[in-house]
Design a protein around this ligand. Sequence first.
Ligand SMILES: Cc1cc2nc3c(=O)[nH]c(=O)nc-3n(C[C@H](O)[C@H](O)[C@H](O)COP(=O)(O)OP(=O)(O)OC[C@H]3O[C@@H](n4cnc5c(N)ncnc54)[C@H](O)[C@@H]3O)c2cc1C
Ligand code: SF4
Length: 550
Amino acid sequence: MPNESDKFDFDFIVIGSGFGGSVCAHRLIEKGYRVGVMEMGKRWNPSTLPKSSWSLHRWFWRPKLGLRGFFNMRFFRHATIFHGCAVGGGSITYACTLLTPPDKIWEGGSWTGLANWKDEMPRHYRTAALMLGATENKILGPADLLLKRTADAANCGDTFYRTNVGIFQPTDDRPGNETFLDPYYGGDGPARTTCLGCGGCMMGCRFGAKNTLDLGYLYLAEKHGAKLFAETRVTNVQPMPNSDNGQDGYRVETVRSTAWIRKRPRHFTTRGVVFAASSLGTMELLFRLREQGSLPKISAQLGKHVRTNSESLIGARMPGHHEDLSQGIAIGSGVYIDEHTHIEAVRYPSGSDAMGFLTTILTNGQPGPRRIAAWLKNIFLSLLRHPLKTIRVLQPYGWAREFVILLCMQALDGEIEMRWRRPWFWPFRRYLASWGAKVPTYIPRANQFAEKFAQVAGGFPMSMLPEILFDIPGTAHCIGGCVIADSSTNGVVDSHQQAFGYKNMYICDGSVVAANLGVNPSLTITALAERAMTFIPPASQATWNAPADL
Ligand SMILES: Cc1cc2nc3c(=O)[nH]c(=O)nc-3n(C[C@H](O)[C@H](O)[C@H](O)COP(=O)(O)OP(=O)(O)OC[C@H]3O[C@@H](n4cnc5c(N)ncnc54)[C@H](O)[C@@H]3O)c2cc1C
Ligand code: SF4
């Protein structure tokens, strides 16, 4: 008798190959399903990765302008959001920090009480950490040592810690850059090279030391049968005719994401679908699909409870510093300056100075015209006092060798909303637009810490230009928008990450996170996806048409 699944191109199509998507692809393949992964970004390898951020076309993602890199920056009224776009999602550009958030995150937000999270999650965090090769950082660079000295001077030196990172580290007595057969997956994974502390993690690791998803979860999924379609953007997902809740499967439409003219539209059929296109990507796709009538039953809560981890990027630039501050790993260490505020020392590799255009002299005070005036005054006074040094800190060349970014995150809750709106300047189509109360760009205690850092290191305290000029914080940690909740009145997915209103449709990415984590989110996104996959039975026991808990 023919298998009913044979009518479909795939059992599951996973949209996006980042942290959530890669976990799903791997676990679904393990359970015996036929899996297709659609990824908008390109596939990268050590020889195609850019050597520095000046190689804009290989770094930045704006395919309409011919930029086909793996890093994207989206500008909204409430935040500038940085995210990844590649085979391996954000893992290609991320800084490898894998931290477990405090237990209190399960006590607030719409997921509270839906599961015994505090009991259940530790084992999924352990699996995620093992699969991502998380381990304590062994390589402290000069920037980490400066962070420690500053923390000592600020009376919080006892909170200094080495980050947990997904990097294949050298053994204590070895210099790095040595190749070993698969150290992580019992011989099933690829050979790997140990880290040499070049600070280049956010430009993509050209040495094979960073545990990116294409060398882990995704590698295993593809090796065991998942079919990955790179440079393929999903444009439509629609229940098959005869049922409006997807119980008879879905039709998924795609176009070539990097093409200007020949977009090569294709379509696939699948029994189930996993949205894993990141918080922004999934919200954007679902808003469009709801508007065009493909998925009209997606909850009205779509776009609500978006969080930015209350991040602020500040730092210090030490012109002519005797050490190369780009050495080490991208985020080697952190400190807690108070119970809510966490600061990490971050760097780009030597030569990757393009971000230098976005940094300027730190200015205190509440945002608005007064702060801009104070900033202009600061620059003027600094030019009078130290003309050459000031010009040097304001121009980008040498930025990565002389700059330490201080990534400040607060575990205090605060959220915005994303809406699907027509902008006044382009009324022909709708776009994502942020809404709600402002996200604070000014965290006085963090600014004081940056000032102390500059004092200890002999440099200038700095901050991001958009924060001063437009009062818009930068964040690499956009989460929420399709949060886990008890019903479609309060969220978009249930506690198994199944979309309300549809069958065999899951959301497994940062969009489901229902609280401010206060730490980098990738480990939590991975652990939640691991948990969600445990509720899907093996293919041999699949019950595609079972009544839905709608
Ligand atoms: C510079 C930088 C540094 C960071 N450092 C850290 C860190 O140290 N630690 C940490 O925990 N987090 C870090 N992050 C954040 C981290 O990268 C994200 O939180 C994480 O990648 C989100 O995982 P995800 O599964 O939600 O989606 P992603 O990993 O973003 O993957 C989503 C994928 O979906 C694809 N996609 C989107 N739309 C479509 C579509 N329509 N069709 C097909 N594909 C689509 C995208 O191209 C992308 O590849 C960093 C981020 C940046 C930008
Ligand atoms: S520090 Fe350099 S070698 Fe080590 S993981 Fe990062 S990019 Fe790779």
